[in-house]
Design a protein around this ligand. Structure first.
Ligand code: P6P
Length: 314
C-alpha cells in the first residue's frame, strides 16, 4: 500500500505543501470524523453569514480545522464558510487555506454521508485571485468509510483512512469520461419555474441516466469522480439568483479536482468556474460540473432560460 505521505513525496510535491496536505489536513479530517460519530445534531445557537443556523458540529469542525492550521505554522490566512472574515494564523507562513469544514452537516442526523472541502493558495488574501490560482484542493468524505481525495494539479487521487490511522492510496488518476450515465440534479425546485430545467431533467430520464443525488455536494461529486461519469447541477433561480453554492469554499476547489480528473465545471453563463475572480469571500455561483459533454449540453440548454437571466444580475 502507498501512504498519502509516500505518494506526495514520490509525486514531487513541495515539502511544506506535502506536510499541509499529507499531515495537517488529514489530522483535522480524522478529528472531524470522530466528532461526527459522537455529536448529535444540536443547534449551536448561532448562524453563519448566510443566515444558516449553525450546528454545534459546524462550529466544532471549524474549530478543529482552524486549530490544526494554527498549530502547523504553515498557514498565513484561513477563510472558512463558517466565518464572516479571513483570520490570520501566521504572518510569514507560505499558504492560505479556504475551507468548508463540514458541508451538508444537516445530513448527519439522518446518517447520510457528508464532507469537508479545502482549497490551498499561496499566502495572502484569496480576494482578487481565481480558482486557477489554487496550488491544490482536497475533500474528505465521511461515509461508510472516511476517504480523502486530492489534487496538486497533477491528476486527482483517492485515499482511504485505514485502522492504523493512515490514509492509503486506493485510486490513482481518477478519470471522468465525457458522457454521463448518472445525474445529480440539484435545486430541482428551480424546475418549477424554469421549463428548460424541467425539460433537461426529463431528457436525462428518457436517456436512461441513473439518478444519484444525496443533498451533499461532497458525496455527490465523489460519486462522479469514483464512477467515472456524471453531472451535478445546481442552477440559480428566483429565490437564489446567484445560486446557493459558494465559489471560494465549495465550487472552486471541487472544480480543480474535477478538471484534474478530465471533467469540467461551468457556471450558468458557461464560464469556467476556475476563471471566475474571487471578488468577495462569500460569493455564490450556479454550478454545472462533471462529464464534459453533459455539462456543456446542460449549460447550453439553460443559458437562454430566465434562470440564466437571474444569474446574470450584476
Ligand atoms: P439543497 C448542503 O447544504 C449544500 O450546501 C451542498 O452540500 C448540497 O449540494 C446543497 O447544499 C444541497 O442543496 O437545496 O438540495 O438542500
Amino acid at each position: 500500500m502507498t501512504t498519502l505521505q509516500e505518494f506526495l513525496k514520490k509525486s514531487g510535491c513541495e515539502a511544506d505543501l506535502a506536510k499541509l496536505i499529507g499531515e495537517v489536513i488529514p489530522s483535522a479530517v480524522r478529528e472531524i470524523a470522530e466528532a461526527i460519530k459522537s455529536q448529535k445534531g444540536e443547534l449551536a445557537g448561532s448562524q453563519n453569514i448566510y443566515g444558516e443556523k449553525q450546528l454545534k458540529l459546524d462550529v466544532q469542525s471549524n474549530q478543529i480545522a482552524m486549530e490544526a492550521f494554527k498549530e502547523s505554522g504553515l498557514v498565513n490566512l484561513m477563510a472558512s464558510e463558517e466565518l464572516d472574515e479571513e483570520v490570520e494564523a501566521k504572518k510569514s507562513a507560505p499558504f492560505t487555506v479556504v475551507f468548508d469544514p463540514l458541508d451538508g452537516s444537516s445530513l448527519v442526523d439522518v446518517n447520510l454521508a457528508v464532507g469537508s472541502i479545502f482549497g490551498i493558495y499561496k499566502a495572502g488574501s484569496p480576494i482578487g485571485k481565481t480558482g486557477d490560482d489554487q496550488l491544490a484542493a482536497c475533500f474528505a468524505v465521511y461515509g461508510p468509510r472516511t476517504t480523502f481525495v486530492i489534487t496538486c494539479k497533477k491528476g486527482t487521487h483517492e485515499f482511504r483512512l485505514e485502522s492504523d490511522d493512515q490514509f492509503n492510496l486506493t485510486n490513482e488518476n481518477l478519470h471522468v469520461g465525457e458522457d454521463s450515465k448518472h445525474f445529480a440534479p440539484g435545486n430541482l425546485r428551480a424546475a418549477a419555474e424554469c421549463e428548460d430545467y424541467l425539460k433537461l431533467t426529463n431528457e436525462w430520464i428518457k436517456a436512461g441516466l441513473t439518478l444519484r443525488y444525496s443533498g451533499g455536494m461532497v458525496p455527490d461529486l465523489n460519486h462522479i469522480l469514483l464512477k467515472g461519469d456524471g453531472i451535478f447541477t445546481y442552477p440559480a433561480y428566483s429565490k437564489t439568483p446567484e445560486g446557493k453554492l459558494r465559489l471560494l469554499f465549495e465550487c472552486a476547489p471541487m472544480a480543480l479536482l474535477m478538471e484534474n480528473a478530465g471533467g469540467s465545471a461551468l457556471d450558468g453563463e458557461g464560464a469556467r468556474i476556475l476563471d471566475k475572480r474571487i471578488t468577495e469571500l462569500h460569493k455564490r455561483t450556479p454550478i454545472f460540473i462533471g462529464s464534459k459533454n453533459t455539462v456543456k449540453r446542460a449549460v447550453e440548454a439553460l443559458r437562454k432560460s430566465k434562470i440564466m437571466v437571474f444569474s446574470a444580475l450584476p
